[in-house]
Each structure stands twice: as C-alpha cells, then as structure tokens.
Design a binder for this molecule. Sequence first.
Ligand code: MG
Length: 456
Amino acid sequence: MKTKTLFGTNGVRGIFGADLTSEKVIRLSKALVHHFPKGMLAVGFDGRTSSPIISRIVCSALYSEGRDIRLGGLLPTPCLQYAIKYRNYIGGLMITASHNPPEYNGIKPIAKDGIEISREDELKVEENYYSNMQSLSNFVGKEIVEESMVESYIDTIYSLVDFEKIRDRKIKIVVDGGNGVQGPVCSSLLKMLGCKVMTLNCNVDGDFPGRGPEPTVNNLKSLSDAVVSAGADVGVAYDGDGDRSIFCDEKGQPYSGDKTGALLTKYLLSTKKLNTAVVCPINTTLAVSEAAKENRANVIYTKVGSVEVSRQMVKSNSIIGMEENGGFMYGKLNEVRDGAMTTALVLEMLATYSKDSFSNLINSLPRIFQFKSKYPCPTSTIAEKVMNKVQAHGNPKKIETLDGIKAWIDEETWIMVRPSGTEPIIRLYAESTDKTLLDSKINEYVRLIGKELQST
Ligand code: MG
C-alpha cells in the first residue's frame, strides 16, 4: 500500500508558515478541485488566528480553477459538514487544526455526504498533489456568502430532540467553549432548549488562553468548580472546532468520552428502540459493548480514527458511533462527531430520567477500571519492535491485530498497545472489571515497553 505523506489521521495539518506554507495550501486546494466532481463547494473555518487568511488562500485557488463557492465563514466543523450534506453541495473544505496548539492549522476535505473523504480518496488527492496539474478553467468562480449555515444547523439539532421535554426540565448547564467556535454556537442552541446557561471561555480566541483547545478529564478544573458553585446539573467542554465534547456531572466530576458515550448508547438504544449496530474503534470501553448487549445490538469495531468510524457507520447504516476522546456521532443528523448534537442528546437523557442526576446515571454503568498512557517512541522501526515484543508476550486468551495489538487477558480485561498515527509516541490502553488484575497487568506491560524502548 502507498504511504501518505500529506494526510494524517484528520486531514492535512501543520504549523502555518513553517510546514503548512501558502504554496502547500494552494497546491492542496487545486488537488482537491481536481478530485471533486463539478458542482458547488462550501468553505468554512475555525477560530484560529491564521484561519481567515488560509480561507482566503484556499478560496482564491478554487476561484482560479473556475469553482463557485459557498462561504460559511466562522463555524464549527460539524456545522459545515451538516451544510454540505443537507444542501447538496458536492463537497467542501474546513480550515481547522481541531485541538492542536494555536500555531497549527490544517485543511479537512469533506465529501458530498458530509463526512471526511475516505482514506482511499486521500491517496487520490495526494496523487493529484504530486502530479503536473493542468488548469481546469479560464473562468473565475463566484463567491456566495452563506450566512444561514449556523442558524439552520442549530434548528435541525433542536428538531431532532424532544425539545418540549428538555424545556420543561429547565436544565442548568455550564459551557466551557475552550475559546473555540462551538461555545457561542451551542450556547444559543441551549438557550432555545430553555436551559439556564453559564459560560466559560466562550469568547472565540485563536490563542486559546483559557484551558487550551483540547478538553481532557485532567484540564477541566475551572469547569468542575463552576458547575459545583452554580449548582448546575451538568457541564460540557468542547475542543477547538467543536466536534468533540467532554461532560462532567453535577459534582464536577468529568468523564472520558467513551464513558459518556456508553451512557448515551444505553439511553438511545433502550428508549428510542433504534435498530442499529454501534460503531466504535477497537480501544473503546467494555461499557459500550455491555450497553449494546443489554439492548440486543451488535458492536462493530474499527481501526482508531473518526473517519474509520464514520465510514463504517454509513456502510452498516448505523445511527450510533463514537470515539473514546469525546467524539460522539448520531447518524440521524450526520455520521460525524458533533459537540452540539451530543449536548442536546445528553440534555434529552437528563430530561427523560429527570429523577436521576448525571452521576447516578453514570453509576448505573458497569464498574470498569481504565488506564491510558503514552510513551515517546522516535521511529516507526522502534515502534514495530515494541509491537512484536507485546504480541509475543505472555499467554493471553486472545490477541486482536485490527489496529496495534489488543491482548485479552480474560473476558473482562484487555491491554492494547498502538503507535500513534500523528505523533512519535506509543499509546497504552487497558481496562478491567478487576482493579488488582488491571494494576498488575499494567505494571507488566509498562515494564515490557520501557525495556524495549531503552534497548533501542
Ligand atoms: Mg476537533
């Protein structure tokens, strides 16, 4: 298989002005024009300082190839994806580096169905990029500013949940926008849903001076404090471009994305009688498969990466998908991660189980202990050696190799080791219903990985 040199796990990213140069942006935009069939393209951008200028460069390249463009302007990634899918555009380009540090930016190509282009299409775009591309047109394309994308996105999410039930409950919620673009957009939706909304870091700022653009269970102290002091029912934090969401309960306790995802899966499968498989990467918590089993639904596992999940959802006509980092997907809107849609579903769940708090609902999930860590690993050759060692180690019940190595110690205990697709690191994930067994297995595997990394 050919190796990609431009695309990472999520579009093309780099530091603007260093490895993401204007020339690269122009060439990539042209390679994409050559890829997409004739028709209208949509362009949008996140709140990074370099995003408006990159958008101008992208648009200029598209106009010069004779393409007409709908300009969505500043909006969350799932909003542009929604617009592309529902307004029959032929595709689009989102300027974003999601949760990366402020100096980064990137381009995420979106296909006609509102989902990131497939891995195969990324390869085709790379072929165009490195080929001698001839100009496609002597004409210059037209630009139409589409101001209603955000409004229509919010209205559609509103219509997909039981808004009357949510409005009756008058939920108190703290929104931590992380200075990204979803904070203000989702706050408007929440007000429409009758919530009492308190905001943190909801001013869009490309320097991300609040808690940074990536919400994790470890950096949401101000959200937790704000939820407790306001006596709120729930708190939510978004990443820079608003596709990922991390929630905390009424006590300020934040939960990993797959824990909230497991809860939503349980809620959606049991109350909406959805006839669907649940799609998630192979490193997802056992709580999801338990929730699926209880409701006689299948789980389809994919490689790690949201594009893998989205594309599988389309293939298997699934309504529920998720990633462990807070990317939850509700296929009734679109098979993509969406912070605003996920928040609306969490509110609907809280309104439905109005006698229970968020923490009570989380406690209804099976008690599973988790461990996640990462180790610097400078080259892919070293990573391969580590993986071989892990694969040959011990006497696990079963080994899966869909992505990295997942070793099942027993039916409720697994360890997974996988080189990252975007950084020079190796990730270790582990889970068990038995804390003592989990701790001893983590020690064993951490020692094994450490020894192999030191010896190289
Ligand atoms: Mg993102």
